[in-house]
Design a protein around this ligand. Structure first.
Ligand code: IMP
Length: 442
């Protein structure tokens, strides 16, 4: 009775890293289930900032075991770099990190393909992170992927790379690629890369499905760490402006090989406002100076690409969609302190489309693009909430705003984050205690 999924309830960058780090203090296992080095989880610990892309946030806790599950796509070079970065910071990375044998690899040619596809799409580009995510998941679905287990078997590895590259060269042949890029399509180059990382990664390669199931059976406290957010989910998000994996509960179960009955609760992390990176509809986006003010107050620049994030008001219509399609039990509201200097705060309660009021999130992207937000206005508190650690310490108007978010989403807030540090957290409901209240599923 102790498996808790923590996932993004917006377009990513909700502050999941900090939340998982906070929860990991009382967890035994933290497991990443999807995405890749497109994610950037920022954690501030004793004033020092750590940015993690692939390694689960639990790594900063010496007693926590970390798992990179089969649903993740691992760029082996990025993973080795991250392991070395963590070790250089004095963080132990050894037995405590396991990478699933079934996990797919992002190869150099996936990154070249990612860049070319974006170029070819022109004005229709997705605005990807350029980390090869889409092409790696495409190859996985097309049964052309290279998996972590292949990395350890030179014969199989050579054959997988040969088959995949034969196709890629034909596809990319007509495009005209640079000399550097053509290297990425060379069998020898790809093999060499794999050989280079093999020694460092081999000790971490394990049967992660067995590990997580055993941990669940023996009552260990397990956190399932989501990347991106439900509005970027391949099926439930704002397609085609999404990432290439299932960011919600479905992705957590399939990406870790975890039986559904083992999952006890799902926490959705949402910012007190909204942000989005890359292209795609964003009904509550604030343009101009006010958007810029929110961006600079929230430090809204991508942890992976450094791109400025688009900023907007909290969108309760999108939040309800996310809650409905992934079954959130409770909410974590982050970055409340970023709203401290707003005299008035808007929340989108419905959309208006051609004189009609919509209260559900449309599936059609061209419809969503035409939706105008209907706002309810809340008075700002105009005083600092930064670092607040108790509900009672919050100004009345901040409490009113949070209660309004509960009313508009229909979900209770379990945790509130009031700053980047671990301790800048208000616990309204203990998520682990809440797990014990749930009836076991079959
Ligand atoms: P990809 O995941 O790199 O293919 O990018 C697809 C879309 O997801 C783009 O709009 C990216 O900006 C967005 N995206 C991917 N990862 C993240 C993330 O960690 N935070 C926010 N947006 C992301």
């Amino acid at each position: 009775m102790s498996v808790l999924a923590v996932l993004g309830g917006q377009w990513g960058d909700e502050g999941k890293g900090k939340v998982i780090d906070w929860l990991a203090e009382r967890a035994d296992v933290v497991a990443r289930y999807q995405g890749g080095a497109n994610a950037g989880h920022t954690v501030v610990l004793n004033g020092k900032q750590y940015i993690l892309h692939l390694v689960p946030t639990g790594i900063l806790h010496p007693d926590v075991r970390c798992i990179i599950g089969s649903g993740v796509v691992v760029d082996p070079l990025a993973l080795v770099e991250e392991i070395q970065y963590l070790r250089a910071q004095g963080v132990e990375v050894g037995e405590n990190l396991a990478v699933g044998k079934r996990t797919h690899l992002i190869m150099p040619y996936h990154k070249v393909l990612d860049a070319h596809m974006e170029d070819l799409l022109g004005v229709n580009r997705i605005g990807t992170t350029g980390r090869g995510i889409g092409p790696a998941y495409s190859d996985k679905a097309a049964r052309l992927g290279v998996r972590v287990s292949d990395l350890l078997d030179e014969k199989i590895l050579t054959e997988r790379i040969r088959v995949c590259l034969a196709l890629k060269r034909r596809i990319l042949g007509g495009i005209g690629i640079s000399k550097e890029e053509s290297q990425a399509l060379d069998e020898g180059y790809n093999l060499e890369m794999c050989r280079k990382v093999r020694e460092i990664l081999a000790p971490h390669v394990r049967d992660t499905e067995a590990e997580i199931q055993e941990a669940a059976e023996s009552g260990k406290r397990i956190l399932l760490e989501g990347a991106q957010g439900v509005l970027l989910d391949l099926d439930m998000g704002t397609y085609p402006y999404v990432t290439s994996s299932n960011t919600g509960v479905g992705g957590a179960l399939s990406g870790l090989g975890l039986p559904y009955g083992k999952l006890n609760a799902v926490l959705g992390v949402m910012k007190a406002y909204c942000t989005r990176v890359g292209q795609g509809p964003f009904p509550t986006e604030i343009h101009g100076e006010e958007g810029e003010r929110l961006r600079s107050a929230g430090g809204e620049y991508g942890a992976t690409t450094g791109r400025p994030r688009r900023c907007g008001w909290f969108d309760a219509v999108a939040a309800r969609h996310c809650i409905r399609v992934t079954g959130l039990d409770g909410l974590v509201i982050t970055k409340l302190d970023v709203m401290d200097n707003h005299a008035a705060i808007q929340v989108c309660v419905a959309y208006e489309l051609e004189g009609k009021r919509l209260t559900s999130f449309p599936a059609e992207i061209n419809v969503l693009e035409r939706c105008k937000p209907v706002y309810e206005e809340f008075p700002g508190w105009m005083t600092s909430t930064s670092g607040a650690r108790e509900w009672e310490a919050l100004p009345q108007r901040a409490r009113g705003y949070l209660s309004a978010l509960e009313r508009l989403t229909g979900k209770k807030i379990w945790l509130i984050s009031t700053g980047p540090g671990r301790e800048d957290t208000i616990q309204v409901k203990d998520p682990f205690a809440a797990l014990q209240e749930r009836e076991p599923r079959p």
